[in-house]
Design a protein around this ligand. Sequence first.
Ligand SMILES: Cc1ncc(COP(=O)(O)O)c(C=O)c1O
Length: 399
Amino acid sequence: MIPHRPFRLFVNPHHGTPGVVVLPESGFRRAATEIAAWPGYAVTPLHPLPEIAAGCGIAALHYKDEGSRFGLGSFKALGGAYAVARLLVAELAKRGVANAARVSELLEGRYADATRAITVTCATDGNHGRSVAWGAQRFGARCVIFVHEGVSQGRRDAIATYGAEIRVVPGTYDDAVREAAATAEREGWFVVSDTSYPGYTEVPRDVMQGYRLMAEEALAALSEAPTHVFVQGGVGGVAAAVSVQLRARFGPGPRLVVVEPEKAACLLASAEAGQAVAVPGELDTLMAGLACGEPSLLAWQELERGAFAFMAISDDTAVEVMRLLAARSPAIVAGESAVAGLAGLLLAAADPTARAALDLDAQSRVLVFGTEGATDPELYARLVGVSSPDSHQAVKPVS
Ligand SMILES: Cc1ncc(COP(=O)(O)O)c(C=O)c1O
């Protein structure tokens, strides 16, 4: 289905060991109830891919397609925007404006004078910043978003659409994270980050609780528990959210495989090292959303025991999988950061050693997360060879 390409696979020796509860259930229930009540909420599609399953020699394959999430094009709409809402409610209470403001009141602009005086900020390689900017606009806060030089103009423009100021930082995503934190400290702004580090966990925990809704929708729609789940990793937030939700619903059975770009495989490197480590270098990958060199502290606390294995794949493979999905009928539009999980499955399923190591066989039922649509339509058109200005029209999506 796709050409054989070199990849790395590391089976986690600490899988299944007990650890800390990173995402308490009460926080997830609050997030799910809240987000499901927002205007425009809809469960995203779960596509069966029987022909790809057959090609992989497995029983079933499902693809959770986040391309239509809140019109923002990625699952990140669930996390950053929710954390902005939570932060504003807490800040209004601290400032004596409202003891327990409801998000519906923020949406109505009831506390607009007070929320306008609050600035939220973050670093992004595209999707998280779009979510934070969208949340800030919806809930009435000011917003400044930091991007590194590698973030495409299309992605910068998409964030600016929601009224955010964009600042460009030399270097990588991790440099932008540091710059956002330093500026916020100086200016009295609030960092709404999707990554966590020592002393900064509350907001990213809310972000990850929001992501769990994506996992819950997918797991609830499956008629049988998956045997394997493949999901892509940047700082590990979404993979950790999937891991927690998988265990909450199905116990320890399903095997989670986290897949990263070979040039930014900080989670795989951490698993090999037995502790969270950063990977050096330019993090030079086409998979912009996954170009992260340092694991999120919270995410790592979950993944170090929750992930069954880690893989690293090449950019070429990601493009081939985007094309594979675009060429099927009906087509699926998947951005370059959406397909690493599926790419990992395709490579592992075709390799006898990896197949055995992951226990993939004719009975396997696999779930993958397509975490974005064509969030940069120009880049999508260039990579896939289909030209269209709009992600959802680039290729006719599955209905
Ligand atoms: C489309 C997409 N998928 C996956 C990820 C990875 O998420 P995380 O950084 O939480 O691992 C990102 C991050 O930006 C993304 O944009």
